[in-house]
Design a protein around this ligand. Structure first.
Ligand SMILES: [Ca+2]
Ligand SMILES: [Ca+2]
Length: 474
């Protein structure tokens, strides 16, 4: 923080000198219109010790509403004092140590605390759907009602249950759309890799009419869903393979970011395998390619190896660095065709064939050096008093220790280069901003690996489980 302050002071003096001594109004004008950089912000730790916070949003009460994935709690944090109150501890949340399950996304009804009828908070979380000792990890979306006198959430109503849940790749972002529908992202369960390498990826599998009627949501893996506020299927959802369901778009891997832009454009970002993290513009009925296509359909550094289709899968060992055995079917990206295939707006990053996935700098954890950033959230900023920031996406990352701003074109259909904003040795999980768009808030994971200042892996996080504030100095 002190370094940033010093940099800012020096920058301001230089800008002033440039204006006075260079005398060129063009110089001054340029300095005045360049988008603000991180040095124009003051950083502050609001609070620490949150249990893997997942979602942060500024409520109409100007408190910061946070979900703690690990503790299964909704807390309201006073941004001035860091004081927090528990609004809810979800009674039936399932949390497994080291897993990606627990309390995930949260969306506030736009009428919350306005005196209207919509005094609701929507939550997504994993639970055990099996009453016996067996574990059946599923996800449900539940609506809670805000109770002002006690400042707690109560009267849960389950909107939908039995959604696919996993140890890995749950995604879990929940958004209240401008069309008063709920949007929810579900990952591919982390299948076809690590301990799940013999389980098939179902991101291309769309539900049958019979499954929808029977409330069997198995095919909702690797999808973005669109739901009515009561959990039912909207009658204007896209018809995909002759079936209308909650599925809005498909072919996703792990879309953890989901946000609406201007003109009802919907954006998502998702984790690629070793490369090709993506930002996508989401269209109704769009196919985003996974697992046949990763990033662009360019045959660069990725080929779909379908381990589950190998007859002897269980006897094979999964190795991310060795070529897959001959019995594992392989498919080049360009051999996959789909009329509704949608390529990303941008990737982080696409690399050429022959890339070295075992950078010696990351010998302790090679994936930290893979050419990706692990995007964990995306939030659209329409208007901001921060210079040059209108019409932007803010993107948090887990591996990269950086929050980025991604400028959008006026029509919102293309993105410009991602600009790094705030960097630290932290796994940034989500970002929010206040009503004027001049104060930004980020939450960080409680543990995990990230790139250190030299780009090597470390698990020594600077601010574990924190809520951080970045205030624009103008
Ligand atoms: Ca894709
Ligand atoms: Ca590709």
């Amino acid at each position: 923080m002190r370094t940033a302050t010093r940099r800012m002071a020096t920058g301001a003096v230089l800008a002033l000198l440039a204006t006075i001594f260079v005398g060129g109004t063009a110089h001054a004008a340029e300095a005045d219109t360049a988008p603000a950089g991180p040095e124009q912000f003051t950083t502050r730790v609001i609070t620490t010790g949150l249990d893997n916070p997942f979602e942060v949003v500024e409520g109409p009460d100007r408190m910061l509403w946070v979900t703690e994935r690990g503790a299964g709690r909704v807390v309201r944090v006073d941004p001035k004092t860091g004081g927090r109150t528990i609004a809810l501890t979800v009674p039936d949340v399932l949390v497994t140590a080291g897993a990606q399950d627990g309390l995930l996304g949260m969306a506030l009804h736009p009428e919350l605390l306005s005196g209207g009828r919509g005094q609701y908070v929507y939550l997504a979380y994993t639970y055990d759907a099996d009453a016996s000792a067996e574990l059946d990890r599923r996800v449900k979306l539940v609506r809670y009602t805000d109770n002002r006198p006690s400042q707690t959430l109560s009267s849960p109503v389950t909107l939908i249950s039995g959604l696919p849940g996993s140890y890995d790749h749950n995604s879990g972002r929940l958004v209240f759309g401008p069309d008063a529908k709920l949007y929810y992202s579900i990952g591919d369960s982390g299948n076809n890799q690590f301990a799940n390498y013999c389980k098939p990826i179902l991101a291309q599998r769309t539900p049958t009419e019979q499954e929808v009627r029977g409330k069997n949501w198995i095919a909702y893996q690797g999808k973005i869903l669109r739901l009515n506020l009561d959990g039912s299927v909207p009658n204007d959802n896209p018809v995909i393979d002759r079936v209308r369901s909650h599925v809005y778009s498909y072919g996703h891997r792990n879309p953890q970011g989901l946000t609406f832009g201007a003109r009802s454009t919907l954006y998502s970002n998702e984790h690629g395998p070793k490369s090709d993290d993506e930002i996508n513009l989401i269209r109704a009925g769009g196919n985003y390619g996974w697992p046949h296509v990763s990033g662009y359909r360019d045959d660069k550094s990725y080929e779909y190896e379908n381990w589950s289709a190998a007859r002897n899968c269980a006897s094979l060992g999964w190795d991310p660095y060795a070529p897959a055995p001959a019995s594992v079917p392989k498919q080049r990206e360009t051999s996959f065709t789909a009329p509704n295939l949608v390529e990303p707006l941008q990737t982080f990053y696409t690399v050429d064939n022959g890339h070295n996935w075992q950078d010696p700098k990351c010998a302790a954890a090679y994936y930290i050096c893979w050419p990706g950033i692990a995007p964990s959230s995306l939030k659209y900023l329409e208007r901001s008093r921060v210079r040059g920031w209108n019409n932007s996406l803010l993107m948090t990352t887990l591996k990269d220790g950086t929050i980025y701003r991604v400028p959008l074109t006026d029509d919102g259909r293309r993105t410009g280069a991602a600009m790094p904003l705030w960097s630290s040795v932290n796994r940034y999980r989500d970002v929010a901003f206040n009503s004027t768009g001049t104060v930004f808030y980020a939450v960080t994971d409680s543990s995990g690996q990230v790139r250190d200042t030299q780009g090597a892996p470390t698990s020594q996080l600077a601010n574990p489980g924190a809520l951080l504030e970045y205030s624009y100095r103008g």
